[in-house]
Design a protein around this ligand. Structure first.
Ligand SMILES: *Cc1c(COP(=O)(O)O)cnc(C)c1O
Length: 469
């Protein structure tokens, strides 16, 4: 064994102590961490060392070069994209997933039990989200891969409806996709799956200031397909304005027409944790597949998302993801292995952070996280509404505020404003374009965000406006 490797192995206690100390310091001061840095601040590049530095010296180098410019993206005022945060329990689960370093595949027979932990986590998650247990699920890196996984099964379903086995034969002919306001990752998935993103038939939204599917237009478009099967991509929370499709109305259409119904509920699905807001996902249990992102509102570290596909489609799912050419014999759940159910082969115990966090905080804990974020977002929305300088671009529906500068003549200044705002390092938001306007999004998905953060953010915003004048 090489000297440094042996030394490190002998002093693993010391190494983990150092990391623990550093981690504690980071987390205890995360409120003060800047939320954005200029990445030109990275100095130079490390050269490949001949015989290594050992972990302690490597940590010193990391701390010198990178640590001071790591941002507080899991802190309370990082509102960019839809960035969650890590609960203490999820950090514990994440560390242990690394330490135990299992390769999560088979849940039956010899080997390890990590796939059983994953299956259990899926069951608990279904309960947390008020979904029935007739979904089969697994963990993937993010909602993008979850959308990909669900739509891959949908593609196989559609082929079968037309008497083809797309997994074996490849795609021939057109696959009709109906959707109104899909997330960009669904478009990416269509491209990856060979379906082609230009095969989308765009459905009108439910109104001028809506992103949800217009049900009348959906039915009109379905009629035009003359009974051809298709895939419907619907939304359980759009990223700009958190609009939800009318799942009960879609369910009624599903009784009449032949289609695969996928819901991208990456973050909006967590509305189910709140008694007050769970009506937004009413009827979603009737979908064929659902995407939920755990590294968003479940507040577990990246990379964690789940797909849920109705168990009825287990054969189609195995046809799509089967890892060997041998025909599967009998029920794929009998000799269950994740190898045959999702894109990756070797995987870490991705479910453990989620398992820890749900076990640690329970139903009530997640209801609190979700409702607290909604409250903060309403508070922020109210400040925007009452302001002379800003205006909402969409009503406050859940946890994301989409706003712009009030003065129409200042549309070109929106980018400059956002650059200055993020430049303060006190808050981070992301740009968007909505309803013909340049806008800014602030997504509240972090358990740490409190009352006074909203005030800090709004003060910084007003200060920048006065500097711009
Ligand atoms: C964030 C998001 C995605 C993509 O998720 P990743 O975790 O970044 O892959 C997909 N759909 C919706 C609605 C999202 O909010």
């Amino acid at each position: 064994m090489k000297e440094y490797l042996k030394n490190d192995s002998d002093q693993i206690d010391h190494i983990l102590e150092m990391i623990k100390k550093q981690g504690t310091e980071f987390l205890n001061n995360i409120n003060e961490r800047m939320t954005s840095v200029d990445n030109t601040l990275i100095s130079g590049k490390a050269d490949l060392s001949e015989s290594g530095f050992g972990t302690e010296e490597t940590l010193r180098i990391f701390n010198e070069r990178f640590e001071p410019i790591m941002v507080g993206s899991s802190g309370p005022r990082y509102l960019g994209f839809v960035t969650g945060g890590s609960t203490p329990a999820s950090i514990a689960g994440d560390w242990l997933a690394t330490i135990y370093d299992q390769n999560t595949q088979s849940a039956k027979g010899q080997g390890d039990i990590s796939a059983n932990v994953e299956l259990e986590t899926i069951k608990i998650l279904l309960e947390l989200l008020g979904l029935p247990q007739n979904f089969l699920g697994g963990f993937v890196t993010g909602a993008t891969m979850s959308n990909f996984t669900c739509m891959a099964v949908a593609r196989q379903w559609l082929g079968k409806e037309q008497g083809r086995d797309i997994a074996k034969e490849g795609i021939s002919g057109k696959i009709n996709i109906l959707t109104a306001t899909p997330h960009s990752s669904s478009i990416k998935s269509l491209s990856l799956l060979g379906i082609g993103s230009s095969n989308i038939i765009k459905i009108k939204t439910a109104g001028e200031d809506r992103e949800a599917i217009g049900i009348t237009d959906l039915e009109d478009q379905i009629m035009k397909l003359n009974g051809e099967p298709f895939i419907l991509i619907s939304s359980g929370g759009t990223v700009n304005t958190v609009d939800f499709d009318d799942f009960n109305a879609i369910h009624q259409l599903k009784e009449k027409y032949n289609f695969w119904w996928h819901i991208d509920a990456a973050f909006g699905g967590f509305a189910a944790c709140s008694e007050t807001y769970k009506h937004l996902v009413d009827g979603w249990e009737n979908a064929d597949s659902i995407t939920v992102d755990c590294h968003k509102w479940l507040n577990v570290p990246y990379e964690s998302a789940v797909f849920f596909v109705k168990e009825d489609y287990k054969i189609l799912q195995v046809e799509t993801f089967q890892n060997s050419n041998a025909p599967y014999l009998g029920d794929p759940l009998e000799s269950f292995s994740y190898l045959n159910f999702l894109p990756e082969n070797s995987r870490r115990l991705k479910a453990l952070p989620a398992w820890f966090s749900i076990m640690a905080y329970g139903k009530k804990g997640y209801q609190d996280i979700v409702e607290n974020n909604i409250k903060r977002s309403q508070q922020f929305g109210q400040l925007i509404k009452n302001s002379n300088d800003f205006k909402l671009l969409a009503p406050v529906r859940l946890n994301t505020i989409c706003f712009t500068l009030k003065d129409e003549r200042k549309q070109d200044a929106v980018g400059k404003f956002l650059e200055m705002l993020n430049g303060t390092g006190k808050v981070f938001m992301t740009p968007t374009f909505y309803n013909g306007h340049k806008g800014i999004r602030a997504a509240f998905v972090n358990w740490r965000t409190g009352d006074k953060d909203i005030q800090i953010i709004f003060d910084v915003m007003n200060k920048i406006i006065s500097e711009m004048e």
